[in-house]
Design a protein around this ligand. Sequence first.
Ligand SMILES: [Zn+2]
Length: 335
Amino acid sequence: MPELPEVETVVRDLRPLLTGRTIAAVRQSKRKLRRPWLPAWNAAATGLRIEGLRRRGKWILIDVARKPTPPGPPSLKGRGEKDIDNSETSEGEQEASRAVTPLPFREGGPGGVGQPALRVHLGMSGQFTVAPAGAPEPDHLHVVFSLDDGHELRLRDPRRFGSAEFFPDRHALDTAMNEDLGPEPFGIDAEYFRTAVRGTKRTLKAILLDQTIVAGVGNIYADEACFRAKLNPGRTGAGLSADECDRLRAAIEAVMTKAIDSRGSTIRDYIGGSGLRGGFQNEFAVYGRTGEPCPACETAIAVGRHAGRASHYCPVCQKDSPQRPQRPQRRAAKK
Ligand SMILES: [Zn+2]
């Protein structure tokens, strides 16, 4: 459920709390996420310094860096392999994790070549937050990163569609992700978007949900963008004029920007990285408003089904055929 604005909010909330911190230990639940965190990654991630947080589409990327091998004290590997389900964290262990001394930090190669990254997806119900190490643990906690400042970065996910993964080379990860994901919805090239949209007979809803065309849009913002562009989500990409493509592109960017400003939308479980709910759910024009009045014309919002998902739209503002009465012949001639 969390889409780009929610994920961006989590990243913005967590960035100041995590940047510069060192991962002192990692523990995980026995219950598997969709892409499970592997036990071997506990040791791999322990001792890494967090350089920064980024977002790509609906993915959270935590850039981490290896540090020189410390002289003296033994590694934290043993503690890193602890399991949440069958271990109580003792006061002593908590003290030990707080006591980890930050080590001198050496920069990695250009663009993070050879330096690792963690990648997190919030799935349907993921919550990624920072809490004091001693704070009560909620249920459905899957991966916990103990930090060197006495806090923990916690991934909670009741429905377990989310994931946390370790990648040894963030540059390779970025390259692979860029092959799978289209551009971010900010400042998309107009010609690229027209070509991508008009080159398919799929519905606008399907096109917007396709992460290879634009990254980060999900069901909520697809519906909101179509309303803002005054386009029916059931129309086909091939049936759009260049103008309509431009309108849709601008609408996606505007809707995403407004939603980020409101800290995203809280429908069920979503909270930001600081635990605060989003506010954009109060500004939906169509999403989840079936039968309620359209904010523009007061017609009852309708619901249809496209690309296997519910689509909310205004049947008057978003007619299901192009409104170009002055050029009816041209459209017919194309067929
Ligand atoms: Zn309307």
